[in-house]
Design a protein around this ligand. Structure first.
Ligand code: CMC
Length: 392
């Protein structure tokens, strides 16, 4: 017996100290290592932000080049892993495939992953960041019955991912640089977000000394839920279901109805009680990409903008401080690029991997590291006498 603080959902418990990401939810501020997300999203790019998250400082040109070369050289996965993919049903959700395949990396690198060895930790980090796009693209190709496409070292991180998803042997994929830039920005906006559910899952899994591939697989599993990363898929499906602006009030009413479990997907956040700064950048990017593709009158975007405008004037959403979050506009961009909704959460997972890894490395470097072991308030029966089955 003991006296514990009861904090369901960890709304007021800090589980660690961290120097990676800061969120001021009341003012809609997000910084990585002190740099505002707005600056990183527009002036930097994903692999530079990855370096910043991992090592704490912006890289010099030489450090950046060496880092990008390392990542590029690790993009292939063991040829044997193709058989692992082929064991899945074609209609499996790509997130299900990713949980399995990323966990299986533990089986391929068991002899070179001693988490007590700093070099091994470094190599495992690079491997995960490098291979995640390959694994996500393979999960996609497998689900649509197309041949796997190998990574290309001459392309940057985002362009290579688009190539692996959309090229076919019969026809090379011409990567549009504006689309590649938008893809890179989506990765950057998802790179880290302090102690969210999946990051906390990675930290909890790793606190037992588990290997990093298993820990990241645990993070992917947690991210999949619709209250977390799965919201990007659920949001676009919701916008498509609403389909026309005149049906918005019906859905707003459902979201407000306490007897209806429906929630506006892509709305609300545990920490932000103001605009999610990522959502603002995502909205601008959606406008840019759709204009470039000549589909600025996209009906889903119209529904999204109108839904946002109506919700932000509704007393229910105002009172509860519910604003659009990162998942509200991302799906519209991903759909315009050509991704099916089932790939939205895998894309979130591949981008968040660097955040998970940065947090994992920070945790392992903490001299105070203890196994994560929450306590409980026991509400069950007192001690009872066992009754044999025939006497019940
Ligand atoms: N639509 C309608 N009502 C909502 C919504 C919503 N999207 N979000 C919260 N509420 C209400 C909720 O019913 C509750 O009302 P009451 O106080 O009367 O019971 C109040 O607002 C507070 O909600 P909560 O569930 O206690 O808040 P939370 O901090 O536990 O949950 C959340 C945060 C993100 C899970 C939630 O807002 C939600 O379910 N949103 C929809 C899913 C979504 O978009 N998730 C993505 C999160 S952002 C990044 C990511 O992880 O992908």
């Amino acid at each position: 017996a003991g006296v514990f603080t009861y904090d369901p959902g960890f709304t007021s418990t800090a589980a660690c100290d961290s120097a990676i990401t800061f969120i001021d939810g009341d003012n809609g501020v997000l910084t990585h290592r002190g740099y505002p997300i707005e600056q990183l999203a527009t002036e930097s790019h994903f692999l530079e932000v990855a370096y910043l998250l991992l090592y704490g400082e912006l890289p010099t040109p030489k450090q950046q080049q060496d880092f990008e070369t390392m990542v590029t050289r690790h993009t292939m996965i063991h040829e044997q892993m193709q058989y692992f993919f082929r064991g899945f049903r074609r209609d499996a959700h790509p997130m299900a495939t990713m949980v399995g395949v990323v966990g299986a990396l533990s089986a391929f690198y068991h002899d070179s992953t001693d988490i007590n060895d700093a070099h091994h930790r470094e190599v495992a980090s690079i491997r995960l960041i490098a291979k995640m796009p390959t694994i996500a693209a393979m999960a996609y190709k497998y689900s649509i019955g197309q041949p796997f496409v190998y990574p290309r070292n001459d392309l940057d991180y985002a362009a290579n991912f688009l190539h692996m998803c959309f090229a076919v042997p019969a026809e090379p994929y011409q990567v549009n640089p504006v689309i590649a830039r938008a893809m890179d920005r989506i990765f950057t906006l998802h790179a880290d977000h302090e102690q969210n559910a999946s990051t906390s899952t990675v930290r909890l899994a790793s606190s037992s000394g588990a290997n990093p591939f298993a820990c990241i697989a645990a993070g992917i599993a947690c991210l999949w839920g619709p209250a977390h990363g799965g919201a990007n898929q659920a949001c676009l499906e919701m916008l498509r279901e609403i389909s026309t602006v005149d049906r918005i009030p019906e859905y707003i009413a459902k979201a407000k109805d306490k007897n209806d479990p429906f929630r506006l997907m892509g709305f609300g956040h545990r920490v932000y009680k103001n605009f999610d700064p990522r959502a603002k950048i995502m909205k601008e990017t959606a406008d840019e990409v759709l204009a470039l593709l000549g589909v600025e009158n996209n009906p889903t975007l119209q529904v999204a903008k109108e839904l946002e405008a109506i919700a932000l004037q509704d007393p229910y959403f105002i009172e509860k401080k519910l604003y659009p979050n990162v998942d509200f506009y991302s799906g519209i961009i991903l759909e315009a690029i050509g991704f099916p909704t089932s790939m939205f959460t895998p894309i979130f997972a591949l981008a968040r991997t660097v955040g998970w890894i940065s947090q994992w490395k920070e945790q392992l470097a903490d001299p105070q590291l203890k196994i994560g072991r929450p306590r409980q308030l026991y509400m069950g029966d007192d001690v009872r006498k066992f009754v044999p089955i025939n006497d019940r």
